[in-house]
Design a binder for this molecule. Sequence first.
Ligand code: FES
Length: 572
Amino acid sequence: MESSLRSAQWYAGDDRNAYIHRAWMRRGVPDSAFEGRPQIAIANTASDLTPCNAHLDEVSRSVQNGVYEAGGIPLDLPVVSLGETNVRPTAMLWRNMAAMATEEMLRANPIDGVVLLGGCDKTIPSLLMAAASVDLPAVVVPGGPMATGTFRGEPLGCGTDVWRLSEEVRAGTLSQKAFLESEQATIRSRGHCNTMGTASTMALVAEALGTTIPGLAGTPAIDSRLLKAAHESGRLVVRLVAEGRTPSSLLTKGSFHNAIVALSAIGGSTNAVVHLLAIAGRAGIELTLDDFDRIGAEVPLLVNLRPAGQYLMDDLQRAGGFLAVLREVRDLLDPEALTVTGRPLVDHLDEARIWDPQVITPRSDPLQPNAGITVLRGSLAPAGAIIKPAAASPRLLQHRGRAVVFDSIEDFSARIDDPDLDIDADSVMVLRGCGPKGYPGMPEVSNMPLPKKLLEQGVRDMVRVCDGRMSGTAYGTVVLHVAPEAAAGGPLALVRTGDWIVLDVRARRIDLDVPADELARRLPTEATVRGFAAPRRGWERLYVDHVQGAETGADLDFLVGSSGPRVSRESH
Ligand code: FES
């Protein structure tokens, strides 16, 4: 029977090639599997080494049932998985590789549509980048946050509280023994981090982009409704294939507008900036750093979750969920941006309600009136840098201080607790060599721990400046993603300890207060970070040679854009 499916280019016909493609795939499936039924990949990031995603095999089974029920053929496709806490030097080094591998495997195989199973920080971004580039009908199923653990009667936000507790040990207010006891309580169940870290943020942002069933993102990993939604997502992708609805027909500038509004309203991770820029780049949508400031700056903060707030992801669900947040900012959303259901995102908000205004505050009483990520520029960051004011100390948002410079995270670790280090609460800590090229991979090191001697004096925040990223579960007055990065010759490479740095978030500026002629004298010898040696082979080599700056999403230059679902020449 004639079929317009992409997979028919493998399976249709009576020739030897079609015979080969079908014969090896039979595995007991009925003949109809090769006669016009859509072949649906389940791009599955389950892995024992990505503990946040380890349960996705069970989620995959629900997707498979939905695909079968709707007439499709589900096909498990294990893809590169990145466990945030294990992968060295940083999972971000491998995000583009994961995206490239998934894109290529979807294109290389007889696949008509895909369900994307992700969770831990880089997995949903890499899957969305892949889907945008291969442009096959796609639905995201986020694996959901873990249940909240408690320690000594207090809820623990995984990712966030480990920083707080370790700072308390360094400040002498918590014993080492108690700190280690808390380790057992941090990860209570399957699922990803339960704070408003990068995993939670990217799941919600994926929903705001329209790529999940509305109301799914944020469903806890242990909640049976996750499996129900996974089943529905399997059914839905079969429909998307039948209707020819691909990411390029769904994602628009309006979708990214909605993602930025959502990012601000939830007080989401700064990592979403670099991921959304990369996804937009793959989708061929012009999105700039300034769009985050322009669209997000005036959006109120409505979600009281750690690290900036008090509660955790299962509280968000109990309080009404993500759709209740979006309903509050409905007038700020693009009314036409579609979801995978075929209807605009705003059409899915009528039923949503806030059940606990402590967790989701109404628009009339926001936690902060302006919650967006602020984009800074100036002589220290000509191509841009970002700060999350909601996670910063208000008193430090305008600050002038002397730089204390560290050339690498190892240099920082070796010297930060030296009692003789010349540093005080007004100093500006500068860490460089942590950008995409410099590390390589742009690790989450920007939220440098404070010097022990200042912690003991009660100091809890200082201005920090770095060309790396910051964990979405961290907080503090941190200027990050400074671009161009030091290893690419940015002005950050020229800063010396003792230089004055001026931060003015209201004016959206970060400046190095050093005369231009003095900076010119420092060139070119200091324009390269000490210790930076380009890797000689492998992915790192490819990455360093081709990675772009954080201000455009840190994708590889040759991966920007889409190659679509074209079918390549025959293999035999
Ligand atoms: Fe996986 Fe936090 S470590 S989401």
